[in-house]
Design a protein around this ligand. Structure first.
Ligand SMILES: [Fe+2]
Length: 265
């Protein structure tokens, strides 16, 4: 029997799930999907899925999305390798809060990351900020104010600088700036969330107040400590999150680290 247990993190930012994903059955997949809707990010320790098992698991959540900035794994076109070596300098890929590819018209709904190789414990954590909680905590007046506001998001937003090293190694040369416009409040299963990637936002539309002030308030509110959780990786761990209701950020580290990423639509 494949035992299934779950345990929310401190402040309900996300949820740990104890199950063997190699043996997961359909009713357990259904529970995982519901927990993902509820919490926004799920952590599965010690899974060590093969690329094929990993892709099979991800297919329960959508169809693979193409990442326009990097070339995929040489044998598995839907897996992207996020790698940093000890000798690399500069920021880690994805350092700074963001949600994946919000500059696309249809950003990927979910992202999966499996750790292949990680630096020593406590280094190279990924931070998550739950945007259901961030929305809920806004004063009512501000909830009304931002309801109609849209953001313009760009692939050249401030997070772009953390891609430079990866693009040099695996980049696709044909991509120029990509921009897209999205409402910064979204509803998922009846629950509202702030959908605003600090790493990609360049301007607000339909904003009737001082936009600089509002942006600075919003971006600091979104990542208050009570909405955030720092996930510590071991090899074989998988994190799965919704890009609609969860911000994430890589943290600085020194050492070798290799992750396999899948995004689905
Ligand atoms: Fe990311």
């Amino acid at each position: 029997m494949n035992k299934f247990e779950f345990r929310p993190t401190l402040n309900n930012v996300g949820c740990y799930i104890k199950v063997n994903l190699k043996l997961v059955n359909n009713s357990q997949i259904k529970i995982i999907q519901n927990l993902l809707d509820k919490f926004g990010v799920l952590f599965f320790k010690n899974q060590n899925l093969s690329p094929k098992e990993y892709l099979d698991f991800s297919s329960n959540f959508g169809t693979p999305a193409k990442y326009p900035m990097l070339k995929p794994h040489k044998d598995f076109k839907d897996i992207y390798v996020i790698e940093r070596k000890k000798e690399d300098s500069g920021k880690s890929f994805g350092e700074g809060y963001h949600t994946d590819s919000q500059y696309l018209e249809k950003p990927p709904r979910y992202t999966f990351l499996q750790a292949i190789n990680v630096p020593k414990e406590g280094q190279g954590n990924t931070l998550f900020a739950n945007q259901f909680l961030a929305y809920e905590a806004l004063p009512n007046k501000l909830k009304n104010k931002i309801e109609k506001i849209k953001g313009i998001f760009s692939s050249k937003g401030k997070i772009a600088s953390t891609r430079v090293l990866r693009e040099k190694e695996h980049g696709t040369s044909d991509v120029k700036e990509i921009r897209s416009t999205h409402s910064i409040v979204q509803t998922i299963n009846g629950k509202k969330t702030i959908y605003c990637s600090p790493g990609h936002l360049i301007e607000l539309l339909n904003c009737e107040t001082d936009q600089k002030k509002l942006i600075s308030f919003l971006l600091s509110h979104q990542i208050k400590s009570e909405f955030t959780y720092s996930f510590c990786w071991s090899p074989g761990d998988i994190a799965l999150w919704s890009n609609r209701c969860m911000l994430h950020a890589a943290t600085a580290f020194n050492g070798d680290r290799k992750m396999f990423r899948i995004t689905v639509q």
